[in-house]
Design a protein around this ligand. Structure first.
Ligand SMILES: Cc1cc2nc3c(=O)[nH]c(=O)nc-3n(C[C@H](O)[C@H](O)[C@H](O)COP(=O)(O)O)c2cc1C
Length: 159
């Protein structure tokens, strides 16, 4: 198997990106992090952001990778600047063993569940105030522009 699209998505935002990639690559492993995906040469790895990085599930999958070509994609809710996405990506990349090659990355904003928004409001009202406009903006994402931008990053790979 040449390709795998491996992703973790709780509320469907990252899944939307994974589906977009799936539409471009027909023959591949498609699903959750699993050892089956490890036979692919090129892995598209999708994560949702928690604590400015990927989840433990994605992290432990990343740590198993060797000699892969890796395209890392993800969604985050609390901001949508290039700098913010770069910071998260560098936290995720820090888990990638050095034998792997990162062939591309893509991130966009993704809506934050009501439950998580309520939890932020309750546990950290100052943070909620600081990011509430961003959370409102996140409701629109991933949108068509985000999907088109992902497609153009995938097209650059000349698969
Ligand atoms: C437990 C939890 C922690 C989160 N932590 C962050 C975070 O640190 N930074 C951020 O930008 N978004 C954070 N988010 C928002 C999600 O990363 C964002 O909504 C993402 O698009 C969800 O992707 P999914 O729909 O594929 O699960 C968090 C969401 C949850 C539920």
């Amino acid at each position: 198997m040449k390709y795998a699209i491996v992703y973790s998505s709780i509320t469907g935002n990252t899944k939307k990106l994974a589906e977009t990639i799936k539409n471009k690559i027909h023959e591949c492993y498609y699903g959750k992090p699993s050892d089956e995906a490890l036979s692919a040469d090129t892995i598209f790895l999708g994560f949702w952001t928690g604590k400015n990085s990927c989840s433990a599930e994605v992290q432990s999958f990343i740590e198993k990778l060797s000699d892969k070509k890796l395209f890392i994609f993800g969604t985050a809710g609390y901001n949508n600047t290039k700098e913010y996405f770069e910071e998260i990506l560098s936290n995720v990349k820090a888990h990638v063993p050095s034998s792997n090659t990162i062939i591309g990355t893509y991130m966009c904003q993704g809506k934050v569940s009501d439950a998580k928004q309520d939890a932020i409001k309750k546990d950290n009202p100052e943070m909620y105030e600081a990011i509430k406009d961003k959370l409102e903006e996140a409701v629109q994402h991933p949108n068509d522009d985000d999907i088109n931008a992902l497609v153009s990053e995938i097209d650059k790979l000349n698969l």
